[in-house]
Design a protein around this ligand. Structure first.
Ligand SMILES: *Cc1c(COP(=O)(O)O)cnc(C)c1O
Length: 348
């Protein structure tokens, strides 16, 4: 294969020089300085200064945590912003296309619509794995991004390493592996394979295992060359001061995060066992994430009945290959008991 980053970058992006903010021009070396460069209000309140546009402190901690280099990281206002930046850096509107593998995360399609980039869909196989042959047939010279979600939302399973390797090796565009649920998975992150594949992009988030959906922090991990291109179009202050501070504290609180993930995984096993005893549950799909997809007799009916009992789950029945399927997020022990009790009442 012949991956060429320059060839797949949009012409207008190649020629861009990024906005240079006051905080880009002068980087503090720790010595005491008088900051009269950014038209800020000088009275300290914790957030009166602009945040670091390159989030150096947070990136250093994330790099150490994930065993990668800071130059391989770009941070965004949630992974949703990171994904949008990828469209804007690499996909020419009304000309290029992306490949997605439904049933999967809905944002890829939404972003393709917003950016006027065609979304070519290749269904997963019946066991929710990539249909490599069909994907390779669908790829054309305008295909720029291939989105692979692993563990996949809403199905919960990890996608085959071998199949992803095949796609990485044969696609001349960028393969984006969305690892929003990687911390719940028994599989290793693709971050360890970064140096092998120049066309690999991994996205992660603090929204799931780290329990920080409210602060909006998304992580893009790729070669330094790819990161440099995306950095050109990133809004300078896209990750705010409060988010940088909260995220830093949380990532450093390793034991707390690990402990919560462990509890969620224990609860997932219990929820799976309970679902097996529910009369109208027809199939429970294996999960590598913090949710379980299950096929029931009538998803819309069961969804409404659960709502009536005060439990909100996700009805995925309109998604391809997910007819009559509900997605249950694993909650606290108490929340899961509420769900299980509701299901058992309905089951009689
Ligand atoms: C939840 C989720 C995300 C998280 O997006 P954020 O914008 O970081 O909150 C990303 N990808 C998938 C597949 C998800 O399910």
């Amino acid at each position: 294969m012949s991956f060429n980053l320059d060839k797949i970058t949009r012409e207008n992006v190649k020629g861009l020089s990024p906005y240079s903010s006051a905080r880009d021009e002068y980087v503090s070396d720790g010595s005491t300085m008088v900051f009269l460069d950014a038209n800020e209000n000088p009275f300290e309140n914790g957030v009166n200064r602009y945040p670091d546009p390159q989030q150096r402190g947070l990136k250093a901690i994330l790099a150490e945590e994930k065993g990668i280099k800071e130059e391989n990281i770009l941070l965004g206002n949630g992974s949703d912003e990171v994904l949008d930046l990828l469209f804007r850096a690499f996909c020419e509107p009304k000309q290029d296309n992306i490949i997605t593998l439904p049933p999967t995360y809905g944002m890829y399609k939404v972003l393709s619509g917003i950016n006027m980039v065609e979304n070519k869909e290749v269904l997963l196989t019946n066991d929710f794995q990539p249909n490599v042959e069909e994907i390779l047939k669908t790829i054309d010279s305008n295909s720029k991004l291939l989105f692979i979600c692993s563990p996949n939302n809403p199905t919960g399973n990890s996608l085959s390493t071998k199949k992803i390797e095949e796609l990485l090796n044969s696609f001349n565009g960028l393969v984006v592996i969305d690892e929003a649920y990687i911390d719940f998975s028994s599989e290793e992150s693709w971050t360890s394979r970064l140096s092998e594949f120049p066309n690999l992009i991994i996205t992660q988030t603090l929204s799931k295992a780290y329990g920080m959906a409210g602060i909006r922090l998304g992580i893009c991990i790729a070669s330094a060359e790819i990161i440099a291109v995306v950095n050109k179009i990133k809004p300078p202050y896209n990750v705010n001061q409060l988010t940088q501070e909260k995220a830093t504290l949380r990532v450093l609180d390793r034991d707390a995060v690990k402990n919560e993930v462990r509890q969620i995984l224990t609860e997932r096993v219990k929820l799976e066992e309970a679902l097996k005893t529910v009369s109208f549950v027809e199939k429970i799909y294996p999960s590598d994430a913090n949710f379980i997809l299950a096929k029931v007799d009538d998803a819309s009916l069961r969804y409404d009945q659960l709502l009536e009992k005060g439990v909100v789950v996700r009805n995925r029945t309109t998604q391809p290959l997910c007819e009559n399927s509900l997605r249950f997020t694993v909650g606290t022990e108490k929340e899961n008991v509420s769900l299980i009790n509701a299901l058992k009442t309905l089951s009689n």
